[in-house]
Design a protein around this ligand. Sequence first.
Ligand SMILES: Cc1cc2nc3c(=O)[nH]c(=O)nc-3n(C[C@H](O)[C@H](O)[C@H](O)COP(=O)(O)O)c2cc1C
Length: 140
Amino acid sequence: MKHLTRMMYVSRVSGGVGDDELKQILESSRRKNKTLNVTGVLCGGGGHFIQVLEGEQDDLFRLYGEILNDRRHYDSVLIGVASIKQRLFGGWSMGYLSNPPEMMEVRRKELIAAWEGRLEGSELLRLMKRFLEQLGQGSL
Ligand SMILES: Cc1cc2nc3c(=O)[nH]c(=O)nc-3n(C[C@H](O)[C@H](O)[C@H](O)COP(=O)(O)O)c2cc1C
């Protein structure tokens, strides 16, 4: 059985990771995600990453395992995993949004608070949805 899945995590950017490293991350992500039919968006700013990934559950979990071991970021917190009917980022093998540091700080705190509070699935989904809606406020 195939399970279309969306997951979101937050992490901190490792020291020494700058524009060149980010470019490399995006290049390899776009290449590999295309072959896996994974889509999503990576948000960066203020030393934080927030990433949303969509794809078949098995592929996503395997990929997330690799991403977790990547030393270009650390302190990763898995905010949520949801079964979905359709993708939000179908056109993006991996979009990138650069957001102001203050916005990333607030979002990270909000998402982690929700995760620590063991929100009901539906509440967490609402929060994720709000976050996704607000993504549009960043610059592409
Ligand atoms: C914040 C962050 C996000 C990443 N996102 C992806 C991704 O969406 N897809 C991907 O293939 N690799 C991603 N990577 C890179 C992987 O950790 C890893 O380097 C890559 O999957 C290895 O690809 P390879 O099999 O071509 O060596 C990400 C790395 C970081 C630090």
